[in-house]
Design a protein around this ligand. Structure first.
Ligand SMILES: *Cc1c(COP(=O)(O)O)cnc(C)c1O
Length: 207
């Protein structure tokens, strides 16, 4: 689906992150040229190269598993890190943000699925971080979740994280609930997601 068509189908307040992993600069520029600026990647190496080669006003979103020793490579330019799945990672982002004299926006990734391949914090760990972390060069501006591969489980998973989000958002000044991909973005939006991460629906299947 073309990016404009997708945006026309959903409410205006919802941010679409075009997930461009494994897609070429040419394919990315086609979407960028429709006046789209938010792109998501899940590998640091690929992200660094694309950030170098592509227009400087692209807002890059890190959506994949992030190793602590790689934070320093993206800290100078990253727009939003969706995938903070441990307190140690949060501290490393804080440190690298300080070094770069910037404030880095992050989301806490909550594990809402039992799939082994998915990482994330438990609701309790999330609560602990939110209540105890002194934010200086980091700003926690919301939550991220990934539904199970078994889509019959997605509705209850989305309802759970959405309830938690609704209860916490005024207390912690949250802006975003990042939930939903190509296959489940409509269900995510129904459950209060206002940031969806869509790859294959925009760019076609990945190799
Ligand atoms: C790849 C990926 C997406 C996009 O998946 P599609 O099914 O292609 O839309 C969304 N979120 C994360 C974390 C991803 O790794």
């Amino acid at each position: 689906m073309k990016i404009d068509k997708l945006k026309n189908q959903i409410p205006e307040n919802i941010t679409v992150v075009a997930v461009s992993k494994r897609k070429s600069n040419k394919e990315i520029l086609e979407v960028y040229n429709k006046n789209h600026k938010d792109f998501g990647e899940n590998r640091v190496q690929e992200l660094i190269i694309k950030n170098n080669d592509l227009p400087k006003d692209i807002r890059w979103h890190m959506i994949g598993k992030l190793q602590r020793n790689k934070v320093k490579f993206i800290a100078p330019f990253i727009h939003l890190i969706h995938s903070v799945d441990s307190y140690k990672l949060l501290l490393e982002i804080e440190k690298q943000a300080k070094k770069n004299q910037r404030v880095i926006n992050v989301l806490l990734q909550i594990k809402i699925s039992n799939d082994e391949t998915k990482s994330g914090l438990s609701f309790n760990e999330t609560r602990n971080i939110l209540n105890n972390h002194e934010q200086q060069n980091i700003k926690i501006i919301g939550l991220m979740g990934m539904g199970s591969l078994d889509i019959s489980k997605n509705e209850s998973e989305f309802i759970e994280i959405s309830n938690f989000y609704q209860k916490s958002k005024d207390i912690f000044n949250f802006k975003y609930l990042s939930l939903g991909m190509s296959g489940d973005y409509k269900l995510a939006i129904k459950n209060n997601s206002n940031m969806i991460r869509v790859g294959s629906l925009i760019f076609g299947e990945r190799n």
